[in-house]
Design a protein around this ligand. Structure first.
Ligand code: AMP
Length: 435
């Protein structure tokens, strides 16, 4: 199937060809014709599937078909809401690229940057807004923008918007939009919260699903290093240094952890920068740019900041901390192996994270392949009968998890729990990282 067969106009086909796309991805094949026909859609698609073009192309086409170019200042007719600033900027860039030959105007409205310029741009008028909900509401309250003529609404990564507590903002924004409109909701996971939101916002939607919520791309090679916490940094530096990795996205759980690891990597002689929600938008853009252009080889990021980032041909993703929410693992490693390219996703997992690992593997319905020789004493990450909520663990008194002496530990040899994590030293790390 070609993009032309999907019913796109010449202007869009040219732009798509310039992007180097020849065959529409599955989500594009399903979503583009539906959106062109005006249907509401509930789409289960994660990042990396080509979902941005799947809504951006038909949105541009539909708005261009009905626009009155003779009007000087036109009302906003396309609205795309995203959970994070980075994703909004990325979607905005895609809109500009795909709409290169279509005379529609677009603005991106995100927090963390000066309001003045946004106010001026909004007052001048635009056809499409890509925004994070909070800052857009500020502008609505200031009467800088009127959303009463929006024809098409896209909620991108709606699951993450709910996770981030945007539901009240979304509800308020919905009250400002016309009831008669096309609404398209994208979510990596279609869980209960999303179903409720979809029932409230969508009108008889068609469901599109391109990847199961617990599916990861088969272009990604996954590896898990079972190591004690204190060796994570050493193993990471060694993997990067000895393999001469040039572009590695490293996920950590906290903002503080991101800053700390970035500094530690720098002291190990590795060019690194950090991306998290406490940084100003300017600093976040700068960090991303430095990473994309190769000025630094490592970007240490938290989930919020890295959500939806699309970095071309990203070869390596490392989970320095395992995510607490299983879906985040799928999102994180989805930063690599995109659009058919291959990638490697490495997780450094310590015993404290055994419970998260058990939940994650239950969610994935498979085991993440273990690296047999981590360069350190093999340790067990097994959790047996992870205690149910509020049920005390009778065996150990540890509410979170307990090690199982009988089950096979990760690694080559079996160690008693008393010996867990005894370091084997640097020599072993060198061996393992040559794999
Ligand atoms: P997304 O899921 O929208 O973040 O897109 C993931 C990546 O796939 C981006 O780098 C897009 O530029 C790329 N992409 C989108 N559609 C296609 C396509 N039909 N062929 C090749 N690459 C694509």
């Amino acid at each position: 199937m070609s993009f032309k067969q999907l019913g796109l106009t010449e202007a869009l086909l040219t732009a798509v060809a310039e992007q180097g796309y020849s065959i529409p991805t599955p989500v594009q094949q399903q979503t583009i014709p539906l959106m062109l026909s005006g249907k509401d859609i509930l789409a289960g698609a994660q990042t990396g599937t080509g979902k941005t073009a799947s809504f951006a192309l038909p949105l541009l086409q539909r708005l261009a078909e009905e626009v009155d170019f003779s009007q000087g200042s036109r009302p906003v007719r396309g609205l795309i809401l995203t959970p994070t600033r980075e994703l909004a900027l990325q979607v905005f860039d895609s809109i500009k690229a795909y709409g290169k030959y279509i005379p529609l105007t677009a603005e991106v409205i995100v927090g963390g940057v000066s309001v003045g310029m946004q106010t001026r741009n909004l007052r001048r008028g635009c056809d499409i807004i890509v925004a994070t909900p909070g800052r857009l509401l500020d502008h609505v309250q200031q009467r800088n923008v009127n959303l009463s003529k929006v024809d098409i609404l896209v909620l991108d990564e709606a699951d993450r918007m709910l996770d981030m507590g945007f539901l009240p903002d979304i509800k308020r924004l919905m009250g400002l939009l016309p009831k008669r409109r096309q609404t398209v909701l994208f979510s990596a996971t279609i869980a209960n919260g999303i179903k409720t939101l979809a029932a409230a916002l969508l009108n008889n939607p068609t469901e599109v699903s391109v990847a199961r919520q617990n599916a990861t791309a088969d272009t990604i090679t996954e590896q898990l290093y079972a190591i004690n916490k204190e060796y994570k940094r050493e193993v990471l530096s060694y993997l990067i240094g000895s393999n001469n990795w040039q572009q590695v996205l490293v996920f950590v759980r906290t903002k503080h952890g991101a800053d700390r690891l970035q500094k530690q990597l720098m002291t190990d002689g590795i060019r690194a920068t950090a991306l998290h929600g406490d940084k100003t938008q300017g600093a976040r853009n700068k960090a991303l740019e430095a990473f994309k252009t190769g000025k630094v080889s490592v970007l240490v990021a938290t989930d919020i900041a890295a959500r939806g980032l699309d970095i071309e041909d990203l070869p390596h993703v490392v989970n320095f901390d395992l995510p607490q929410v299983p879906e985040d693992y799928v999102h994180r490693i989805g930063r690599t192996g995109r659009a058919g390219a291959t990638g490697v996703a490495i997780s450094l997992v310590c015993p404290d994270e055994a419970r998260y690992l058990a939940e994650l593997e239950k969610f994935l319905k498979r085991q993440i392949p273990r690296v047999a020789d981590t360069g350190h004493e093999p340790i067990s990450l097994n959790v047996v009968d992870a205690p149910k909520k509020n049920a005390p663990n009778k065996t150990t008194g540890n509410k979170d998890f307990r090690h199982n002496k009988k089950t096979q530990p990760v690694g080559k040899s079996s160690k008693s729990p008393d010996n867990l994590g005894k370091p084997a030293g640097r020599r072993g790390a060198a061996r393992s990282s040559k794999r």
